[in-house]
Write a protein that binds this ligand. Structure first.
Ligand SMILES: NCCCN[C@H]1CC[C@H](NCCCN)CC1
Length: 289
């Protein structure tokens, strides 16, 4: 009955709208407003504080890319940490990697986990993997408590820098990620849009170049229901065995036999390399930092 418009000061003067068929859940957690609705053409949709987090139709692009860009860039990832990601989609993708032995996740808002299990079972399926340990809490504190060099990979599946995820975009957090990674370990963070947030991205690049002494790259994917139709990722590695993000050493292919039950919908090795190709305005802005 009507339309949902994603109006936010984070993207002034524009708003992506989705036709609503039925509101399925509305609640207020300790951290944010949570809403789920059935859309006319994108399946069910998860909204946090008025911002589109995922839709059933296009979540594959974001979850597959934020996970496989880092994990396919290092041989034999074993221990993986997900910060945020309470919908379970990243866990579902990490679980595709048979080399992985342990998956820790730290999500601050339990309501996101519960709502995802209830309304998005094909996304929350990630929580069912026996390698997963769920921690409800602040990712910053979790990382501070992690022993040095614990993880091969950290994935920061956050919302935007207004609200609970604010500190996940600041330097102290990146320093705690670098400390928790092994030498040559990798991190992939949600890194906004080059059309909307070039300045935020430039600040993130500056911080990452100071903190991560391996490689620092920006990659992106299309997501129709995110503002400007795309979202970026920062991919960084710590000092140690070199990582070339643009050439996957640990391929996971869209027709990999193990994935027969639920094949990859978006990620493949060509789109992995293509993700690091940037338009000139973004290339200049990032290279100059
Ligand atoms: N795991 C589900 C996705 C959570 N990350 C989202 C990334 C995009 C963001 N708004 C887009 C902001 C404009 N660049 C909302 C959260």
């Amino acid at each position: 009955p009507g339309w949902f418009s994603e109006i936010s000061p984070m993207w002034p003067g524009e708003a992506h709208s989705l036709k609503v068929e039925k509101i399925l859940f509305q609640g207020k957690s300790d951290y944010q407003d949570v809403m789920v609705f059935q859309s006319a053409t994108y399946g069910k949709v998860l909204i946090l504080d008025g911002v589109i987090q995922l839709t059933e139709r296009d979540e594959c692009a974001y979850q597959e890319m934020i996970t496989h860009l880092p994990l396919c860039s290092i041989p034999n990832p074993k221990k993986v940490l997900v910060i945020g990601g309470g919908d379970g989609g990243v866990l579902r993708e990490v679980a595709r990697h048979s080399s992985v032995e342990k998956i820790d996740i730290c999500e601050i808002d339990k309501m996101v986990v519960d709502v995802s299990k209830e309304y998005f079972p094909d996304i929350a399926v990630g929580f069912a993997d026996p390698r997963v340990t769920l921690n409800i809490g602040d990712g910053v504190a979790f990382l501070k408590a992690a022993p040095e060099g614990t993880y091969d990979a950290v994935i920061v599946d956050s919302s935007d820098p207004i609200g609970p995820a604010q500190e996940l975009f600041e330097k102290p957090f990146f320093e705690s990620v670098a400390r928790a990674l092994r030498p040559g370990g990798v991190v992939c963070t949600q890194a906004e849009s080059i059309w909307l947030h070039m300045h935020i991205i430039e600040d993130i690049v500056v911080n990452c170049r100071q903190v991560f002494k391996g490689s620092v790259n920006y990659a992106w994917t299309t997501v129709p229901t995110y503002p400007s139709g795309m979202i970026g990722f920062m991919l960084c590695s710590t000092e140690g065995p070199s990582v070339d993000f643009k050439h996957p050493v640990n391929p996971i292919d869209e027709n990999d036999s193990q994935q027969a039950a639920r094949p990859l919908k978006f990620y493949n090795r060509e789109i992995h390399s293509a993700a690091f190709c940037l338009p000139s305005f973004a290339k200049r802005a990032i290279a100059s930092k």
